[in-house]
Design a protein around this ligand. Sequence first.
Ligand SMILES: [Zn+2]
Length: 382
Amino acid sequence: MPLVPLRPLMEAAEKYNYAQGAFNVNAVAQAKAVIEMHETFRSPAILQGADLANAFMGGRVDFANGTLEDKKKGARNIANAVKKYGEHSPIPVVLHLDHGKNFDSCVAAIEGGYTSVMIDGSSLPLEQNIELTREVVKYAHARGVSVEGELGVLGGQEDHVFAATSTYTNPLDAVEFIQKTEVDALAISYGTQHGANKGKDAKLRREIPIAIKECINRLGIFCALVSHGSSTVPQYIVQEINGLGGDIQNAYGINVDELIAAIPCGIRKINVDTDIRLAVTRNMKELFAQQPALQKSPSIGGVYALLEEKKSAFDPRVFFPPIMDTVLTGNVPDDDVALLMSRVEAGVKEAVGSLIVNFGSYGRAPLVEQKSLEDMIDFYKK
Ligand SMILES: [Zn+2]
């Protein structure tokens, strides 16, 4: 089936009390692996492209400087990859824009084939955030596309999204925001953080989603709550990377039990990026350690050189430039690249598979109501 909007997945998660992981992808092989793992578990799937991932997938190795044109091109590349594997999949697959930073970014994603967008106005005062989000909702809902907003500020850094300190979401503001914007989903700040340094023993303030849910239920409004910055940062992977010569310090995630406990409080979408980055980085380092001849490979030796040069990095985008054609198109020129990409896919699957189980989305694909973008256009009109 064609890619589906986010809303029906969130409605099923609400009805049957589980959460969906939402996984960021920066390469064709990653999209393939995320979808295949969800198929294995009969889970619905949410794949995310972040604003800067779109710039990277537009061919910008220096993705932090990507232009709107680069992002448009990248949005199409990611959408094509997700469509290639998702449209013939037996499970419902959503392609969601993570942290759209303005109206134009959201439009670029929707034109590229995204079925759901996030507009992140969380750095604005409440009234302006409502106004911006409302504008995106109007544009997106007229096309059947779902919208996620954000209220409250998460500490930490993820691409260009940075805040030194957290401000927890005020449940009263959240209810007003949901009523006025009519978003399908809302990202809240309740103790999670972006990036790999969330601090040891991070605790989530579950009373925040509980309060918001209680109020919107009484008002008869649907809105799924979203947990950003929720990577678990598996310590065994960090230790393995460092054992292979990496230098990753103070990397701690959210304890998976904390996330599981937040699900009955109304958290229906849980964003994970760092776990995938770590597993992919470890697998690439491991391959070059196991097969040293590959370190001098004409096609992938450059990836090894970057892994050696940037020991504290674990963002695959930093290591991928020598194989950009494969990253962007999925074309595999030789056996060495094929082997490396198989390790990339295995890393994605390890990170994603364990979370599909922990968040309880396995076996749920048949429970999602089949609604197309056209169905949703009619739904929003009513
Ligand atoms: Zn985020």
